[in-house]
Write a protein that binds this ligand. Structure first.
Ligand SMILES: [Zn+2]
Length: 463
């Protein structure tokens, strides 16, 4: 393989803007016979509460064989949103709530060989440094009754990847499912070694490690089975390929950014946020009052800033499609994102509503990744976020004051009733309260929170 141009040698760090990465990907697969599909709206088709959580979700009927695809080869850019573990956002360089997935699909058309050949050709266009490319493969699993995927190892060797950088892993890493019943299959994942400086330093650090060194950026899934509610798998009539490349992760790599929160899509919002932060030396007077920062550690400050730009970008995506903050369904997810971001801002020492000011920098940075209609909605969204954040201000101030006054019991455990009260009387979300307490090294006794919630429910019911 003769492609040796390193991504670190690029003269201009932003040659590969996110929009250009997406267009290059989609145009490449179009040239190779794929039909380009428009991304599905973020609102999932199944019900009124959920969002698309995986790039392949809108294509499920084709992969399952229950509907004929518009073409056997497809490609698309799909927005996704996952809020089930939203408190982890920003805890590493890649964990986001909203993200964009590029995908190419073969519905009963090509298999492992061509999927690998196409991937290798596209990565050479992106100028990926082959010396830093690592591959993981399915290493076999007795409970699934599946042997190691030797065929995919052979394809990678054929493509010139040395055997020592092809790592077989177990089903938890390289058997892809939707997380429940549905199409599934063995996969092969592509990683870039970002270097020891990003690593955990452990001897066994390698692709699959949780640290920031090996970044997975593309997953090629060979959809060959259907998983049933009891966990068993049976072969599908069609053998398909389903790939997903994280656009933000690819931008991180090609732009040499320190994290996915520092790529071109976020930099202007990060700069705006930075200009709103009080000088750090102004806030070193020890314990906070009125929600002033109470001795946040540098890592917590960094994670909070990542959360704020992440949540506002997610709010931009959700709001741009017409969802408004509310009590139920998708509106409640939007409300929660705004409240979480507002709280993080206050903890960083920003004492006035500010979130709406981040929307325009985000929208402008996304450019053509938002439709024209969505761009035109941005002023409306600014007003919506401004009002929502304004409404939350008093709750936030009172809630943080109450949290500050909490004295933990033995072993740093806070009684769950206190969080229930905070929620029931002041509307302050319990999960947010728990996160803030965790920053002070305090844990919540959740069983008593559950008991208080249950008791409250029974009282309401008997009324
Ligand atoms: Zn590691």
């Amino acid at each position: 393989m003769s492609k040796t141009k390193s991504m670190t040698q690029q003269s201009h760090p932003h040659v590969w803007s996110s929009a250009r990465i997406a267009e290059t990907y989609l145009a490449f697969f179009e040239q190779h016979g794929h039909l380009r599909l428009a991304g599905h709206p973020l609102a999932a088709p199944e019900n009124s509460t959920s969002f698309i959580i995986a790039g392949m979700q809108p294509l499920m009927p084709y992969l399952r064989g229950s509907e004929p695809p518009p073409a056997p080869r497809l490609a698309a850019l799909q927005r996704c949103l996952r809020t089930d573990d939203v408190e982890m956002v920003g805890s590493n360089d890649r964990k986001m709530s909203a993200f964009q997935m590029l995908g190419n699909w073969s519905i009963g058309d090509y298999g492992r060989r061509e999927a690998v050949e196409l991937a290798v050709e596209l990565l050479s266009i992106f100028g990926i440094d082959w010396q830093r490319l690592w591959i993981t493969t399915f290493g076999g699993d007795p409970s699934l009754n599946l042997p190691p995927d030797e065929d995919i190892v052979a394809e990678w060797l054929r493509a010139g990847i040395p055997g020592e950088r092809i790592v077989p892993l177990g089903a938890e890493d390289n058997f892809w499912t939707t997380g429940g019943p549905g199409p599934c299959g063995r996969d092969t994942e592509l990683f870039i070694d970002r270097g020891e400086a990003f690593g955990c330093g452990r001897q066994e650090c390698r692709p699959g490690c949780d640290c920031n060194r090996f970044l997975e950026f593309w997953n090629l899934v060979f959809i060959e089975f259907e998983q049933h509610p009891d966990g068993s798998i049976t072969p599908l009539p069609l053998r398909s390929v389903d790939t997903g490349m994280g656009l933000e992760r690819m931008a991180l790599l090609l732009q040499g950014a320190p994290s996915a929160f520092h790529i071109d899509l976020f930099l202007p919002a990060q700069q705006r946020l930075h200009s709103l932060l009080p000088n750090e030396h102004d806030s070193h007077d020890g314990h906070g009052h009125d929600g002033q920062p109470s001795a946040m550690l540098p890592a917590q400050r960094e994670q909070s800033q990542r959360m704020i730009v992440d949540h506002m970008r997610a709010a931009l995506f959700v709001g741009a499609e017409g969802t408004e903050p509310g009590r139920d369904g998708r509106g409640s997810v939007l409300r929660r994102l705004i409240r979480r971001a507002a709280t993080r801002g206050r903890l960083l020492g920003i004492t006035r509503p500010f979130l709406s000011e981040l929307l325009m920098p985000l929208a402008q940075a996304h450019g053509a990744l938002l439709s024209e209609e969505e761009q035109q909605r941005v002023p409306l969204l600014e007003e919506m976020v401004r009002q929502e954040e304004q409404r939350f201000q008093r709750t936030l101030t009172a809630g943080l004051r109450m949290l500050d006054s909490i004295t933990p019991g033995e072993r740093g455990v806070v009684p769950g009733e206190l969080l229930f009260q905070l929620h029931a009387e002041r509307g302050f979300p319990a999960d947010l309260a728990a996160e803030i307490l965790a920053q002070r090294g305090l844990q919540v006794e959740w069983p008593s929170f559950e008991r208080a919630t249950q008791a409250h429910r029974e009282v309401s019911r008997s009324r």
